[in-house]
Design a protein around this ligand. Structure first.
Ligand code: 4AZ
Length: 552
């Protein structure tokens, strides 16, 4: 698979090179699908998101604050896996990707994905990125509000979409060719009314989306434009949408679909313009009788200094020192250290309320959840899981259990809003390999994989077993599978499964070599060049079709 992808990537590059030389010689240019090269300095708030290692552009974005970039949630996943902030950079106000380094590549401090983003339906396809450093003399784009959005849709007004995405139209049923330009392109397209969008897209089009395009096609956003802005002229430029998805690009009857930005102003402001702290925090790695401290970052993203007042109720197994974060200057953050010391198997809750002195601010809530771990008796005694270097633990509302018949571990019997945890403590660095699957409703019940405190991957839906390989680089590694149930629908078993666990000590080089030999595309290897991304998107697109055929 990997060689295949690399070779195809080479073919793409060749296509791009050939295309460019001929274009300049004959003075014609294939443009963004139906658009044109933008003028230098026209769109200074446009952002290019890049892979930190390759510096390849993979998605667009827009600057909405001196440290804040708006993009699409789906840009932050790669074949179903969440990307890490450290794998990305952003350039602001870039024009020509081939003259890189004119615009400094900025690191991303944190990724905020909309909590209700659904990767199967693309609903709530929105995310924010906090840059590690502020942009000097930034030029922002402001969002269009609800009223402007509604009027513009009703009047099918022309809007502009910007990006470095592919310039070649394709049908979602036919072959796909890409051409990724270096120069930022723009294209004007008419918005469509909700009725028109629903007529062509059916119930894949939801109230959280807007759609735009000519009935005859020819002008559209395409792969690589995702996350970028759709803007409207309304007292200057306002952002009305975020490039999200479509069936192919620029084909008749298939408008491009955009996230309806006006609906998310509260979510955007709550993160980027006020005091922000994660709404909840789960301690899922503390053994009964032990103590574990975690630092919760409270960010003051408002323009005022803040004095904070803490009140709390709930379990005494949690403790913290409010004076740590009694005062946070504007644009600064503070680490609140919370210690969890469970002494029995009970699930613990504590709710901390944080009030700011300013009257216009609303109280913030931090919900702590303590899920103590215990020995996984039963699992650990099964021959298949007596693995040198691995100690097993389980916890949460119901423990994971062994199905001896097929040596599969399965999540405990949990109710809605409950979780069931499995932990492998792996000693030594090397390759951990396992098969995993879920049998549950996609988008609601999810199995997360956390490695040494970082979420690496998530699976959901009615999945068959997939093999996942991960390199563990610490002396002692904490690997946690966390199954979370939000709803009970349908006849599926509502369970998560892990099987065929193996661990082999090796160096990172040996692992990389193994991955290459075995044609494994690593989920955590930080890839994401445009060609790669496009290929990884293919299964997603087909997946989407499959999903739609199944449903309608
Ligand atoms: C994409 O997958 C994509 N024609 C973006 C925009 C459109 C289709 C696909 C709209 O990045």
């Amino acid at each position: 698979m990997k060689y295949f992808v690399i070779n195809l990537l080479r073919v793409f590059l060749l296509v791009i090179c050939v295309h460019y030389s001929s274009a300049s010689a004959r003075e014609i240019s294939f443009r963004i699908v139906g658009g044109q090269e933008s003028q230098v300095n026209d769109w200074l708030w446009v952002v290019s998101l890049k892979n930190n290692v390759t510096q390849n552009h993979f998605c667009g974005g827009s600057l909405i604050g001196d440290r804040w970039v708006l993009t699409a949630a789906h840009c932050l996943f790669k074949s179903g896996n969440l990307k890490l902030a450290s794998q990305l950079t952003a350039t602001v106000g870039e024009y020509d990707l081939s003259s890189a380094m004119v615009t400094p590549a900025r690191r991303i401090q944190q990724i905020y994905i909309h909590p209700d983003y659904n990767s199967s339906t693309s609903v709530n396809d929105i995310a924010l990125l906090k840059l590690a450093s502020s942009v000097n003399n930034p030029i922002f784009i402001s969002p269009a509000d609800n009223e402007v959005t509604k009027k513009a849709l009703a009047a099918t007004e022309y809007v502009t979409v910007l990006g470095w995405g592919s310039t070649i139209p394709y049908s979602s049923y036919g072959p796909i060719t890409y051409n990724f330009p270096n120069i930022l392109h723009d294209v004007e397209i008419p918005l469509m009314t909700d009725a028109m969008c629903t007529k062509t897209l059916g119930s894949t089009y939801t109230a959280e989306m807007i759609c735009a395009g000519l009935p005859e096609g020819g002008k559209d956003s395409c792969q690589g434009d995702s996350g970028g802005p759709l803007v409207i002229q309304e007292n200057g430029w306002k952002q009305i949408g975020i490039v999200s998805w479509g069936f192919g690009c620029a084909t008749p009857g298939h408008p491009g679909v955009y996230t309806r930005l006006a609906l998310y102003s509260e979510w955007v402001n709550s993160i980027s313009r006020r005091i922000y702290l994660p709404p909840d925090f789960e301690f899922n790695n503390t053994f009964i009788g032990e103590s574990h401290s975690e630092t919760i970052i409270i960010e003051n993203n408002s323009e005022y200094n803040a004095s904070l007042i803490f009140t709390a109720e709930g379990s005494n197994y949690f403790s913290y020192n409010a004076s740590d974060c009694a005062f946070i200057e504007t644009n600064k953050s503070c680490g609140l250290i919370i210690t969890y010391s469970p002494s029995n198997t009970n699930i613990s809750h504590k709710s901390i309320t944080i009030n700011s002195e300013r009257r216009d601010s609303t109280a913030l809530q931090l919900s702590l959840l303590g899920l103590p771990l215990r020995d996984a008796t039963g699992i650990a005694t099964a021959a298949a899981f007596q693995i040198e270097n691995i100690a097993w633990f389980t916890g949460g509302y119901a423990p994971w259990q062994l199905t001896p018949a097929d040596n599969t571990l399965q999540s405990g019997d949990i109710a809605n809003n409950e979780k069931s945890l499995l932990k492998a403590q792996v000693t030594g660095s090397g390759k951990l390999s396992f098969d995993w699957a879920t049998q549950s409703e996609s988008g609601f019940n999810k199995l997360f994989l956390t490695v040494n405190g970082v979420i690496y991957s998530m699976i959901d839906g009615a999945e068959y077993f997939n093999t996942y390989n991960v390199y563990l680089n610490k002396k002692v590694n904490e690997v946690i599978w966390r199954y979370e149930k939000k709803t009970t629908v349908s006849t599926l078993a509502d369970r998560a499964y892990v099987a065929n666990v193996t661990f082999e000590e090796m160096t990172k080089d040996e692992f990389d070599l193994w991955a290459e030999r075995n044609e494994v595309t690593m989920s955590n290897s930080g890839g994401g060049a445009m060609g790669w991304l496009s290929f990884l998107l293919l299964p997603l697109l087909f997946g989407r079709h499959f999903y739609k055929f199944r449903e309608y």
